[in-house]
Design a binder for this molecule. Sequence first.
Ligand code: ATP
Ligand code: MG
Length: 574
Amino acid sequence: MRWTQTLIPTLKETPAEAEIASHKLLLRAGLVRKLSGGLYTFLPLGLRALRKVEQIVREEMNRAGALELLMPALQPPEIWEKSGRYVTASGVFFKVRDRARKEWILGPTHEEVITTLVAGEINSYRQMPKNFYQIQTKFRDEIRPRFGLMRAKEFIMKDAYSFDTTDELAQVSYQKMYDAYGRIFQRCGLKAIAVEADTGVMGGKHSHEFMVPAETGENEVVYCEGCNYSANLEKATSRGPAIATHKLAPPATAPHHPEKFATPGVVTIEALSKEPHNVTAERQIKTLVYMVDSKLVLLLLRGDDQLNEAKLVATVGSANFRPATAEEIVAALGARPGSLGAVHVTKIPIYADSLLSDATDMTTGANEDGFHYRNVSITRDIGVTHWVDLRSVQLGEACASCGKPLKIQRAIEVGHVFKLGTKYSENLNALFLDESGKQQPAVMGCYGIGVTRTMQAIIEQSHDKDGIIWPLSVAPYRVCITPLGVVPGSAVMTLAEKIYAELSEKGVDVILDDRDERPGVKFKDSELVGFPIRIGIGEKSLAKGEVEVKLRGGELLPTKIEEVVAKVLELAKQ
Ligand code: ATP
Ligand code: MG
């Protein structure tokens, strides 16, 4: 390709809309352009990189035995009603109406479509196992589309769905995808780690997310260097905080019942921890009131802990929840937020975090504005109905399996593998006859990779102050030839054309920067776009019988003219 014949609209200035490095570089290197929030056009160079990521994904899926197909993006709502997700997933739907005013859904994912297909086409154990995948556009009405391709309204996903006859065989399919994902991200030049993940509203049993460590990531990964434990913060557990102050014996003088005391104007954990009360946060019980499926529940956590909403979903089995309003709380408990507690509460389910299980000498709201109780012993004074894990792990807590301090790292989720069990096959009738002629639901797994997000994650992980540093495998072009002077017939341009023709002939992805621009502009642009190999051709080096080969981010390698093609072929080899 000749630079003047394609469109690479590089930008000197960073567009104001971009907050993170990879988003800025996508725009500055002329790879994508925004149409509207969360909607992007891939320009020729961006599309080349995207196609290369797709191709790696495709090759590894094929290698793992998955079968490519292509499903419609437009889906009938009836299949979502059958699976039971029409209401729970409705928050992400883009809905459209046809001329008869019938509603359709622009697919955010395809479990319902594939299971409907399999229900019709597969009916015997002899046809299994099967794993189908597609690389296709998904639509999600994200609350906060941002960071360019990272969280878009429309994006490209590779989604695969496996169907097996037994749980054990479903585990084999899962492992194959897990292994394929490792290879995919490695071939994309990405350092990605697999972490245990929460299954959320998918209703699955078990899942792993593939995470690319990055400060700008929207996820937090908890990991242990002692034993390789790693999990998404939404799922991670620990042995609890290093100083378990709640285990201290109560003062000898403490009465054997909660003692009410006045706390006028004190409505936060922090305020209670200061003068004149001085109750440290870890000796307070935090009481949260939530509406889950239109019913009130109380959630109790230690004062210095945070509620982990993903764990709440897993605990109550519903994603349909919200904090109760002040009016709902006053009606149920008789006090406003800031003075709430669970002592003497009997009619509302009380979910308490297990870290509180043996807590004594605690302080909590008295359900009377301006009053708290002290000397609360949780098992003695509160009718906990469910002991559960509700808290987010904090940095430095002891690893549940080996005791070493846990670390926390921000990361970008690029892929997700789930064991789904039989929820979808039962609801959508994907049944088969087993060897004994008995009808059974297929055991499913589903496996997603955000292809467009992966492309941007590569940039987020691999760039410097001058621009992108593309790994060879996904670079839009592997080689950029930069003649410093483009007069047709000149020695410089003649050699540039010759090398260009020879490399193209050998099948190397190469671009010839034939723009009549100053050397500085050309070099800057090739660094910004991030071509892995550059061949600089100028009169000075030509006089010495040399050209300059440079790896992106590396040294200049003066190279004899007659050796340059062989050398670049070697460097451009994967
Ligand atoms: P997230 O937690 O980031 O919202 P998710 O868990 O909802 O993602 P999945 O349903 O697991 O996403 O989708 C599979 C993959 O699709 C994700 O691992 C991610 O790489 C990608 N993906 C999901 N949502 C988006 C989006 N809005 N824009 C770009 N890629 C996305
Ligand atoms: Mg996910």
